[in-house]
Design a protein around this ligand. Structure first.
Ligand SMILES: Cc1cc2nc3c(=O)[nH]c(=O)nc-3n(C[C@H](O)[C@H](O)[C@H](O)COP(=O)(O)OP(=O)(O)OC[C@H]3O[C@@H](n4cnc5c(N)ncnc54)[C@H](O)[C@@H]3O)c2cc1C
Length: 500
């Protein structure tokens, strides 16, 4: 039977597009290679615990927030979650900074924890909030960028306004350029703090982060960060349930191995040899997977070139999944689910020198049995060396030990409270999320102009669309979901005013 659309993958991007199209009455089939939904934002169960595979911090559910609007559009209840006042403790070598959501508390914390340049830091954040608010209004209009068709170009022009055009000077500046204008680049603790935040969101430090991208990231916690019961997988599951309720068909353990086109019809073949036919294909795998899936004759029609693509850098993740008794945590910090560790001011903010520690909260029995906690820890790593078989196991042990040692220095008795521990590497991410080379989290911006090297959700090949963290607007659950929404908009005719 000819489907209206086939969605490949159930990450944030794919499941958003699938749910919206099914709700609009399209006949949609979604194929997922894994036995779990959600990709990098999924979960897995072991030894009585649920572990978040990668993503842990919930965002976009504040009033007017992107995911809140998506759930409204789909008319589904928001999964159980708590808006955090104290979002995260950031442990720098000589101080702990608590990331408060509320702006006044945040400004007070900045004054208390950074003894130098307090007024400059305040002014910098005021600028960040102002610019990000203007930018957010633009992104929320969901114009496809870069536009591919004339109607997408018009839609982009319609979404511009005077305030946005006023941000033009920022297009040629990095976050570092702005910090320099504010006289902050010599303040080592503050720069390390900012770089740590940018690494976790933009995937690079201030020097390489386009200012607009960096400002969106630095403002996001002040819009709202959430502890989601059962983790971000609960959001994916709510979307998948809604998709099925709207008549969408979802098949797990169905890995797609080839995509080809005959006339106007696409054929999608799975590893089991099943062939499905459709008018539209929505690929939620990263862009760097496309060359192994798409029939070679169509490669030349893509705006992406394989040799160029293979040189674009992305991080891998080393993850630790730990089930433990939470008695190592001080009572005053036990209600803070997220903890960022930065061990040294001198080393790069990756490879275990910087990592995020996320722990399930008391009473969240989706995650852990009563009296226990489920912990996911992740650090950015270079993917290349993880493919050497001889050193794989010893490297894994070394990273695991290094990270647990850092935690023991902060939370005494941490290691003695561990029940279960497992590690994830680029090899694991490739196996469970199909991401080529185990590269995760979108591309690393290479310089201040990298906003212009974004890939469009529109592939330029008629009927083939991309969504997920390697296309505009980029990484994270919000960016990925938004690209899925843009693709659903396009298929429904938002840009051409004529549905497909
Ligand atoms: C360690 C880590 C921590 C993170 N922390 C956060 C965080 O706290 N907050 C946040 O917002 N974001 C976070 N992120 C980023 C966020 O998880 C991702 O950007 C986002 O989830 C990616 O979604 P996606 O739509 O690109 O799909 P992916 O997550 O890449 O999922 C793609 C899906 O498609 C399936 N698939 C791929 N190829 C095929 C095929 N050929 N056939 C069938 N199925 C296929 C995969 O199995 C997978 O399920 C984190 C990422 C990592 C790795």
């Amino acid at each position: 039977m000819l489907k209206d659309a086939i969605v490949i993958g159930t990450g944030f991007g794919g499941i958003t597009a699938a749910a919206l199209l099914a709700k609009a009455g399209y006949d949609v089939l979604t194929l997922e290679a894994a036995s779990e939904l959600g990709g990098c934002a999924g979960k897995f169960d072991r030894e009585g615990y649920r572990f978040s595979a990668g993503a842990t911090v919930g965002m976009g559910f504040e009033e007017g927030g992107m995911l809140k609007r998506l759930f409204g559009e789909l008319e589904i209840p928001i999964p159980l979650m708590r808006k955090l006042d104290e979002i995260m403790n950031v442990y720098l070598p000589d101080r702990t900074v608590t990331y408060f959501s509320e702006k006044e508390k945040w400004f007070k914390e900045v004054r208390d924890k950074f003894e130098c340049d307090q007024d400059r830091i305040h002014a910098f954040f005021e600028e960040v909030f102002k610019v990000a608010d203007i930018l957010r209004k633009f992104v929320e209009k969901r114009a496809i960028f870069p536009p591919v068709t004339i109607s997408e170009s018009f839609a982009l022009l319609r979404s511009l306004d005077l305030k946005l055009l006023g941000l033009a000077p920022y297009l040629t500046q990095s976050v570092q350029d702005r910090l320099s204008k504010h006289g902050l680049t010599k303040n080592k603790p503050f720069m390390t703090f900012i770089n740590g935040q940018l690494m976790d969101s933009v995937q690079t430090t201030a020097a390489f982060s386009p200012s607009l991208l960096g400002y969106m990231a630095l403002s996001i916690f002040h819009k709202g960060a959430f502890y989601v019961e059962g983790g971000l997988a609960s959001i994916i599951h709510a979307l998948a349930e809604n998709y099925r309720a709207s008549g969408g068909e979802l098949r797990l353990r169905h890995k797609v191995v080839s995509i080809a086109k005959q006339g106007e019809v696409w054929t999608v073949m799975t590893k089991r040899g099943q062939v499905f036919r459709t008018r539209q294909v929505i690929l939620n795998a990263p862009i760097h997977n496309i060359f192994s899936l798409l029939e070679p004759e169509l490669h030349k029609s893509l705006p992406i070139k394989e040799h160029k693509e293979s040189r674009r850098e992305a991080w891998g993740a080393f993850t630790l999944y730990i089930g433990a008794e939470p008695s190592f945590m001080m009572p005053e910090t036990s209600s803070i689910p997220f903890h960022q560790f930065i061990s040294s001011y001198e080393s790069p903010l990756a490879e275990g020198n910087q990592f995020l520690f996320s722990m399930s909260q008391e009473g969240d029995t989706k995650f852990a049995p009563k009296g226990k906690t489920s912990i996911t820890i992740s650090t950015h790593i270079n993917v290349n060396k993880w493919w050497e078989k001889e050193s794989y196991e010893s490297r894994k042990e070394e990273y695991m030990e290094r990270i647990i040692d850092s935690i023991d220095k902060r939370f005494s008795n941490f290691s003695s409270n561990i029940d279960v521990k497992m590690a994830g590497t680029p090899v694991t991410f490739k196996r469970y999320t199909q991401r080529a080379h185990g590269k995760v989290g979108g591309y690393i911006p290479s310089d201040k102009y990298s906003l212009f090297s974004n890939y469009s959700p529109n592939s330029r090949v008629d009927g083939l669309w991309f969504c997920g963290d390697t296309v505009f607007p980029g990484a994270g659950s919000l960016g990925s979901s938004l690209s899925g929404w843009m693709v659903a908009d396009a298929i429904k005719g938002k840009y051409s005013r004529r549905g497909i």
